[in-house]
Design a protein around this ligand. Sequence first.
Ligand code: XMP
Length: 332
Amino acid sequence: DWIMGNYIEEAVAKIREQVGDEEVILGLSGGVDSSVAAALIHRAIGDQLTCVFVDHGLLRLNEGDMVMDMFSGRLHAKVIRVDASELFLGALAGVTDPEKKRKIIGGLFVDVFKAEADKLKAGTGGHKGATFLAQGTIYPDVVESGGTKTKKATTIKSHHNVGGLPEQLGLKLLEPLRELFKDEVRELGVALGLPADMVYRHPFPGPGLGVRILGEIKPEYVKLLQRADAIFIEELRAARDASGKSWYDLTSQAFTVFLPVKSVGVMGDGRTYDYVVALRAVQTSDFMTADWAELPYSLLKKVSGRIINEVRGINRVTYDVSSKPPATIEWE
Ligand code: XMP
């Protein structure tokens, strides 16, 4: 609309003035904030922006390709895709402790991103090096790190969203979404031409499927979970309540969790001995507390039937009926 159009013009002018003829690096994750920041900055400075997309191998089914199609294919932005899945999965082999897993993923993420940023800082051929690091920081992030919100005394889970990177890299910060709330960021994303289903996607944690595979992460588990989760999300998007809203939009976050335990089942004349998954869907306004969602039985039935029939290796589907607190939203 007109107001958003105006906002974009102003934001674009501000970015151009701040950046001048310098070069900018942005860490693209596929999440809403970094995606909208990338689209806005690209609108302002085009090829002076290089996005770095680190694929840790713990993304959802086809997610890496979708990010590339959108930013490189459709927006024609410069995107470097770093396929680091072997590095991450190698480092995670044999590790079962949730906090250790998070630390490994977070630490490697910084290492890989820094290595790419260092190359871009150095510049190549006719290009001078990058001097700015762009981040999709939004207003609630600013408030939180400023200590205005009360900080919890104990860390329940270490988040791997990285602070202090610009200083470490010796880059100047560019944060064009700093004054916006989440819903404004989404509106801006749509106005910039990003697809609504990308902009209204449920949040996805930085460590990705790494915290949704309980205990040790194995490549086989990642593949099974990706396929089961894709079915759950597809059916949530397809199912609607009486008002016509999709169950995807009626929930705040929904996903599948891989349980590395085997249970007995029957399939045709045979006995199966396969893995279990749990479906998780919650409703919340702030993610600090959350209720499990009362999904229709017909929907759960369809999802369970499809997962068991289509994903060989999983023969049992359960539904998580725990609220937060005392359970957390993620299982690790
Ligand atoms: P929990 O499991 O603590 O999650 O109830 C609350 C919200 O935070 C998300 N989450 C993360 N997001 N990096 C993130 O960017 C992380 O390490 C991380 N851990 C949890 C979780 O998906 C939920 O939305």
